[in-house]
Design a protein around this ligand. Structure first.
Ligand SMILES: [Zn+2]
Ligand SMILES: [Zn+2]
Length: 78
């Protein structure tokens, strides 16, 4: 799956956007991706925007959403 990488906050301390997850304090995107893979990559293929509450089950819609905001938004598979 090829998705554009989200713009990651410069100062780190990134918080997991999954509502049921309270994980935070990721200093780097790499750290967060590891958390994502470990904790959230399971069954569903819901794509959730990292910036706004937008969600979709379709990769094409997720890509369009990301693109339509000039890559300031990024939908990632939940
Ligand atoms: Zn999480
Ligand atoms: Zn968005």
């Amino acid at each position: 799956m090829e998705l554009t990488r989200p713009i990651f906050p410069e100062h780190g301390n990134y918080q997991c956007p999954v509502p049921s997850c309270s994980a935070s304090g990721f200093a780097k995107l790499k750290n967060y991706n590891e958390h994502w893979q470990r904790v959230h990559v399971r069954t569903s293929r819901l794509y959730r925007c990292l910036v706004c509450p937008s969600t979709t089950y379709k990769l094409s819609k997720a890509r369009n959403h990301t693109r339509s905001f000039g890559h300031r938004h990024c939908c990632m598979a939940v």
